[in-house]
Design a protein around this ligand. Structure first.
Ligand SMILES: C[S@@+](CC[C@H](N)C(=O)[O-])C[C@H]1O[C@@H](n2cnc3c(N)ncnc32)[C@H](O)[C@@H]1O
Length: 442
């Protein structure tokens, strides 16, 4: 939080200093040690990728692909049998390399990654190194989660993001809207063991306990089941009084309730909250509610704005990428009537897409100007690791920032413990975002 006492920050840092040193050594080890398996793998696979690209472009790929793989495998067998297996089963690699991008990393953001401008261009205090330290600490915590299969809820990337932000900010009160079986409540609890939580969800997580794993927290006030109240209708003054919160900069609000995020922002502003996390920050053309990513996808932002021209470059690239990434959208899905590309086909969706409203480009534009006018910070959590490591098949790397653990850093991926997790937990990334709201004139 803006007023986070330095002591708290130092404590947070000292807890992980030892781990940091270890991880940093490992990062450097990946880069420099000739004996490092990840390096061997990266160089070998890069060569294979370049060859694949060339052959794809020249049209000679398929006749010699099998022969090529045999040769590559036979080389790898002498370096690392595991790597050979990876190369042979490299469906995910061909996704990454199919389009002639020269480096694995360059696939990230290649279609543009729009973001919301803030008033003074401030950014978060934490760095990639802090995120790496956090990952090392969080993986063993995540392995103890009570709900192993959290389909329809958060996977690993966003669980990490929420935990990281909460333990960094050290709020005095945490509010969540959208609890489902309680996995995100559990994540907040891991970040802040003694901090009260307020959880809003139409169905109480205890209901899920009858059917299987769920999490109900002992230090949480539930506005759930028959006591459910929507975030926008809660008397927050009363709740703050009850929890003896005088300074609203000490409150973290987490939204995973699939409501129009512009609506939620206005409600949070009215209540005076300053630190907000939104779980599902869907990309333009996707998702069931209007998100910040969509709002700030504007032609005046680098990486923002779209062309509905069917013979254009964007249409061509999107058409090809759609074959490889489940959440990629082609131009037909992106563009609605009248070439409306903003939101989802020109619509502002709300409430799990139970409600939606067509908006004009000028309304969409005004929405982003409004958001920018109240923001101090907009920060999208990067994916934890590249798809060649996680084997995720959903988000299109072309529309997201570079991951914390980049493709090729297999040694680091394993040392962080990420290799122990099932692939399915990496399939839920949708650009979770942290917003810091600027102080508003009262
Ligand atoms: C995607 S799930 C939440 C997943 C959960 N955060 C997790 O990580 O496992 C969305 C939840 O929002 C709840 N929901 C629906 N409308 C809501 C509203 N108006 N306010 C709060 N929660 C709502 C749904 O019942 C559902 O439990």
């Amino acid at each position: 939080m803006t007023s986070t006492p330095h002591k708290m920050l130092e404590r947070a840092l000292s807890v992980s200093t030892r781990r940091a040193a270890q991880v940093n050594d490992e990062v450097e080890g990946d880069e420099e040690s000739g004996a490092d398996e990840s390096k061997t793998r990266k160089h070998a696979s890069t060569a294979a990728m370049r060859l694949t690209n060339y052959l794809t472009r020249t049209g000679h790929l398929w006749p010699i692909l099998i022969l090529g793989l045999v040769v590559i495998c036979s080389i790898f067998v002498h370096t690392r049998d595991l790597v050979c297996l990876k190369a042979a089963s490299s469906d995910h690699i061909s996704r990454l390399r199919f389009f002639g991008f020269d480096d694995l990393e360059s696939d990230f953001g290649s279609l543009g990654v729009p973001w919301c401008r803030s008033k003074q261009g401030k950014t978060v205090e934490w760095t990639m190194k802090d995120l790496l330290k956090g990952l090392e600490e969080f993986v063993p915590i995540y392995e103890t989660r009570p709900i192993k299969n959290n389909m329809y809820g958060m996977g690993f990337d966003h669980s990490f993001g929420l935990w990281f932000i909460a333990q960094w900010l050290k709020p005095e009160l945490m509010i969540e809207s959208g609890a489902f079986k309680g996995h995100s409540t559990w994540v907040l609890r891991q970040a802040m063991p003694d901090t009260p939580i307020v959880s809003l969800s139409p169905r109480h997580p205890e209901k899920y306990l009858k059917k299987g794993p769920a999490y109900v927290d002992g230090n949480c006030t539930y506005f759930a089941g028959k006591d459910f109240v929507d975030f926008g209708s809660v008397d927050w003054g009363r709740v703050m009084k009850k929890h003896k919160i005088k300074d609203l900069t000490r409150v973290l609000v987490f939204f995973d309730d699939h409501q129009n995020e512009l609506k939620r922002l206005k409600q949070a502003l009215k209540a005076g909250f300053r630190h907000l996390v939104f779980e599902d920050n869907y990309d333009t053309g996707t998702g069931d509610h209007y998100s910040f990513r969509q709002i700030c996808d504007q032609s005046y932002i680098r990486g923002g704005g779209h062309s509905c021209f069917r013979d254009g470059d964007e249409a061509r690239i999107r058409f090809r990428r759609k074959k490889f990434w489940e959440k990629a959208v082609d131009i037909d899905e992106l563009c609605g009537p009248g070439e409306a590309w903003w939101g989802v086909r020109g619509q502002m969706r709300d409430d799990f897409n139970h409600s939606n409203k067509a908006i004009t480009y000028s309304q969409h534009f005004q929405n982003s100007r409004f958001v920018e006018s109240v923001l101090d910070i907009y920060w999208e959590l990067p994916p934890v690791a590249g798809p060649s490591l996680t084997h995720q098949t959903r988000y299109d790397p072309a529309r997201v920032p570079s991951p914390i653990v980049e493709d090729g850093k297999y040694g680091l991926f394993r040392r962080l413990g990420l290799g122990r997790l099932e692939a399915s937990v990496f399939n839920g990334y949708t650009q979770m975002v942290y917003l810091q709201i600027s102080e508003q004139d009262s």
